[in-house]
Design a binder for this molecule. Sequence first.
Ligand code: GTP
Ligand code: MG
Length: 198
Amino acid sequence: TFAGPIAFLKSAPALQHLPGADVPEVAFAGRSNVGKSSLLNALTNRNSLARTSNTPGRTQELNFFDVGEPLAFRLVDMPGYGFAKAPKDVVKKWRFLVNDFLRGRDVLKRTLVLIDARHGLKDVDREIMEMLDKAAVSYRLVLTKADKIKPTELDKVVAATAEEARKRPAAHPDIIATSSETGLGIAELRAAVIEAIG
Ligand code: GTP
Ligand code: MG
């Protein structure tokens, strides 16, 4: 499916702007700057489909991308959470937007919760996991920027992250380590998206 056409559909700054819930969706969540938009680009093999930036807070709306012709599924790039430098009310707005979307979207098949491989799970990540567990929304933890640490370090963070994931009712037990730079884990992630879509 990823070999077919992929196109930006629309940006939703608020829930009333969501596209119709007519096809399965997979969403990208995670802290600001963790690499959500970059991973979406790597996954779809498009350099600048989703806008990326070194400055946290780049993605400010829910962005929907149509995959396949005929339309097979949608990928959803989302604003980051836990970005302390943005004005408080803005952070709050993103948080409500993301949380309400994740909790209330019945076509959402899986949420990919991205974690920076250098840092591992943080309390803000655990908060979103808690929210997803409570709402029984299926999610999978994906480590990003794996190129920035040594393989031995990566093995450790994969093991530690998997240990936490296995205690979480709505989490997939297996972790995927990725790098949008080197392509590590991208094929595996594509397979995981296809599997989630069902
Ligand atoms: P927000 O939209 O602000 O929440 O950020 P985001 O999670 O979408 O992150 P984005 O994809 O914009 O990437 C943030 C920065 O990290 C950019 O400078 C990317 O080039 C860099 N980056 C993303 N993924 C990787 C990766 O796998 N390896 C390396 N080395 N850098 C990466
Ligand atoms: Mg982004």
